[in-house]
Structures are given as structure tokens and as C-alpha cells.
Design a protein. Sequence first.
Length: 411
Amino acid sequence: MATKAIAKEPKMDVFVWEGTDKKGAKVTGEMRSGNIALVKADLRKQGINPLKVNKKSLPAFGKRKKKITAKDIAIFSRQLATMMSSGVPLVQSFEIIGRGHENPAMQDLVLKVKADVEGGNSLTEALAKHPYYFDSLYCNLVQAGEQAGILEGLLHKIALYKEKIEAIKGKIKKALFYPTAVIVAAFIITAILMIFVIPQFQTLFSSFGADLPALTKMVIALSKIFQDWWWAIFGGIGLTVYGLIEAKKRSLKVQQAMDRLMLKIPIIGDIVTKATVARYARTLSTMFAAGVPLVEAMTTVAGASGNVVYEKAILKIRDEVATGISLQMAMRQSELFANMVVQMVAIGEEAGSLDAMLAKIADFYEQEVDNAVDGLSSLLEPIIMAVLGLIIGTLIVAMYLPIFKMGEVVG
């Protein structure tokens, strides 16, 4: 699904300042602002007499900004939750996290949020200004925590949720990596043999003047295609992969088709299905436990599912729940959830412990994904060897068949 455009923020620089507080004690710090005059004005509002304010120098060559990843946000969530549970004030927590982060881009993001909170904005409002990093789910949970006065507890839930979701994403990537690695490795080895090795045998065979076996002729013809059109072959594959990626980003129909295909691929499809159900259960459990109404939570859960097929089904479930149908009945009608999942949801609804039951479903399916990916790894290791052995063996046999035949004639 295409990423939503982000509103461009006004340019802000980081300033390093020194000053004295109301008691005359020397204090220092950093602040994001438009210019030095605004920094001094903000400091005076805080009761600090600014003595020195300088614009912070740009990071050195080795400290260039790196992209902020979902893992960075997960670590930030855990750090913030830990500091608040230790009694560190919110603004000071941001200061410590921001200064201690190795990624300058993450430092800037944390300091921006800190500046907004210092300026009187709620934490929810400060985070909502950066929707690319803090989505609606994140902001909704923080808002629920602020309104109920349990921000510390909700931050721990957010941290756990982010860690679990990132772990499941890592497992999916690992599951997809192995078959991709087999295909890429097989293609590269074949291309090297076709372009550099087979031509050497072809030169040798041309001096024989004898008719070559059919398999040898086929391999030589294929080698000729690789030699003459290698640039078109590699370019075509690269453009095809790039085109599919861009088409998935820009076209909902292409994304739906690819997501449906992903669910139907043997072994891989089963892993993706389990991971999607785990993400659905984990997200809904976290939001429901935070006090977010079920119908409202389902909209966010749909967007977090990671698969368009499930996203459409969850939105339909939301509409049915809004009309009074029970969650378990709506899930059963979608025909996308296993009977065990539906039964556990039904028990959770009847017992009034839906969030706890959903958390158990998420735990179970996350473990299932772990086991499936480990099993896939063990299964594919011999398959990789067999595929590569078959390709190389076929080429070797094709090249040595004429030599064997010559030996028989000479004998």
C-alpha cells in the first residue's frame, strides 16, 4: 500500500546553549528552533538567563544521518517506557534518549518531539506531527494512556507490541529469503558457466568436426543466447523486479493480486497467513486492552495487518460488528480465520476477556511462525544443494558427452 505523503515541516536547526537558572547555577542543553533569538526567548520563558547560544555544527562524514527504521522506533518505545517506569520525567527522558542515540536522524526526531512537549503540546500531539514514524495506532494508544493517567503502562504495551511485530516481520523476511537465495544463486552460477565456461568447450568441439549430442547442442545454443543478450537478460530481470515493486506500491489491484498469490504459495503461504493472523490478534489485543472501542480499533487493525486480502476482510468485519454482529461470528463469515481462532475469540467475548484471549492467539501463532521458518530453513538447505548440483551436473554432462563418445570411437 502506498505510503501517505507527509506534510513538510519548517526548517529547524539545533542550537547548543549555556545559561544560568533562577538560583544562579550554570545549566546547558540543546534546543531545536528557527533562529538564535527564538532560542533565547524560549529560555527566558523557562526562567533561564542565556549566556551563550551557538548553532550546532553539522555531523561529521562518518556520522551522516541514517534512515530511521521501525526497529529504531521499537527501541525508542522500550527506552521511554523503561525510563518513565524508573521515575524519570518525560522531557528528561527524551533528552537522555536523544543524546544517547547513535543515529543522528533519530536524535533529531526525538529532540523535535521533546521541543513540542516542552512547548505545551501533549505527547500525543507531539508524536502525531510525525505520522511516518508514529502511526495512528501508536498515537491512539498514547492518547488512551494520557487520558486514563496510565501512560507508563501503555508505553510498556506499545514497546512490547512493537517488539513482537518487528520480530514477526523478521521471520517473514527470513522465510522469503531462502527461496529467493536459491533462485538468485542458481541463476548467477548458470550465467557464469554459460558466458565464460561453455564457450571454451565450444571452441574445442568445433575442431572435432563430428555431430554433437542433442543435450550438448542445446546447452551451446543457450550459451550463445547468454553471450549475445546477457545485458538484455539481466536488465530485463532487474526492470521486471523494479516494475513489480513499483506497481505494488502504486496499484491496489496489483497489490491485491500479489498478496493473494503470496497466501497461495506452498509452505510460504502458510507462514504468511499465520504471521498475518498473529499481527491481527496482537494489534487488536493491544488496542482493546488500552480501552479503544472495538469498532474504532478495527480500522487501525486493518491497516496494520500487512496483507490487502486480510485488510479488506477486517474492514468488512468492522462494519458487521458495528451493526451488532459478534466479532467471532463476523470472523467466521470471512472464512479467513482458522476454527481454533474463532472459537478462542468466542470464549473471550463470553468471558469478557477478549484482550487476553487475543494475546494468547498472538503468542500461539508467533510460535507457529518461528517453528515454520526454522523448519523451512532445514528443508531448503538440502534443496539448495540439490538444485545447484542438478544445474551444474547437467552442464558438466552436456560438455563431456562428446569427449566420452570420442573415447568410445577411438577405443
